[in-house]
Design a protein around this ligand. Structure first.
Ligand code: ZN
Length: 63
């Protein structure tokens, strides 16, 4: 109930569209591991040491 999260860094969320099935999924801009589509299990983004390498197309950037 009384949860307040203080952002440590300026990271954001990206809405990606899967190349395989068209599913839209929100992912963190600095993922700890590879992000896969929840619908078809295709890789959407890969983690490369703190940075993200996108495989899927960005639909929207969220703050
Ligand atoms: Zn998919």
């Amino acid at each position: 109930m009384d949860k307040k999260l203080v952002p440590m860094t300026r990271t954001k969320f990206l809405k990606l569209k899967c190349n395989g099935c068209g599913n839209e999924q929100t992912v963190f801009s600095a993922p700890a591991s590879t992000v896969k589509c929840l619908a078809c299990n295709q890789t959407l983004a890969e983690s490369t040491g703190g940075k993200i390498r996108l495989v899927a197309k960005i639909v929207k950037e969220l703050e």
